[in-house]
Design a protein around this ligand. Structure first.
Ligand code: C5P
Length: 238
């Protein structure tokens, strides 16, 4: 059997149910648009466990997502969606490409969260785009874009609170959305939410607990992911 899609950190497989897919988390890690590569034992398991806890929580508090169920350590069943080619990034604190673009130092809290859009294209390196680009490129309608913005801010509120309860600051993160294959009028949160696509800093020590440990060669990458999982589990596992 062949996956219907293979990305940098995940594979998608068909299931017996035409309305769902199996999403497999790989151990591979990439950074800087694939220029830096590595593989970490247990990364698939850790990201799957973290993402599953977060998606179950989001569903519980009323955010529609693609999540159906966890199948095993590295696989989840998800609703089949058509992924929107717009990535939504939310920033609460200056870091990463925001600092690079603006020259602002890392660690400044924003008065209001910043929402950014990028065009989902590996070939082009996911370039930053704005509402006008999205309209003219027909990546999403004006009302869909408004929905993405509102959903991203809502998820930011929910997850900022959740992470702060476990001693972590949600600095920034990326979301992807998709149209349900069974009802394309409905857009749901898709992909994964894990330390691969979020910046998380320890509230007390400021220590980075996310993929920046890999990007910046800080070491103990999986130890940090394991710590994030342990804290979320203690808060969310009944
Ligand atoms: O690199 P940058 O500062 O723009 O990243 C902002 C946030 O979005 C980070 O948490 C990063 O992990 C995430 N991101 C991602 N996938 C991308 C680009 C950014 O998960 N293609």
């Amino acid at each position: 059997m062949q996956p219907i899609y293979e990305g940098k950190a995940k594979r998608l497989w068909e299931t017996e149910d035409p309305t769902t897919l199996r999403m497999e988390f790989k151990n591979d890690a990439t950074a800087f648009n694939g220029e830096k590569k590595a593989s970490f034992e247990n990364k698939g398991r850790l990201n799957n466990a973290i993402s599953t806890l977060i998606y179950q929580y989001l569903e519980k508090v009323g955010v529609p997502t693609h999540f159906v169920r966890q199948i095993d350590e590295t696989n989840v069943e998800v609703k089949r969606v058509e992924i929107l080619m717009v990535e939504v990034i939310v920033r609460n604190i200056s870091a990463g490409s925001f600092c690079k673009r603006t020259g602002m130092e890392e660690g400044k809290a924003f008065e209001t969260p910043i929402i950014e859009f990028s065009y989902k294209s590996d070939e082009l390196g996911d370039p930053l785009i704005n509402d006008d680009y999205i309209r003219e490129m027909k990546l999403a309608s004006v009302s869909d874009l408004e929905f993405l913005r509102e959903s991203a801010l809502k998820v930011n509120g929910i997850l900022s609170e959740l992470f702060s309860e476990v001693g972590l600051k949600l600095v920034d993160f990326k979301l992807e959305f998709g149209r349900l294959a069974s009802d394309p009028s409905r857009i749901v949160l898709a992909d994964e939410i894990s330390p691969d696509g979020c910046r998380l800093w320890d509230l007390k020590t400021g220590e980075k607990m996310d993929k920046d440990r890999f990007r910046r060669d800080l070491g103990n990458v999986m130890e940090a992911y394991e710590e994030v999982l342990g804290r979320l589990k203690a808060r969310l596992s009944a």
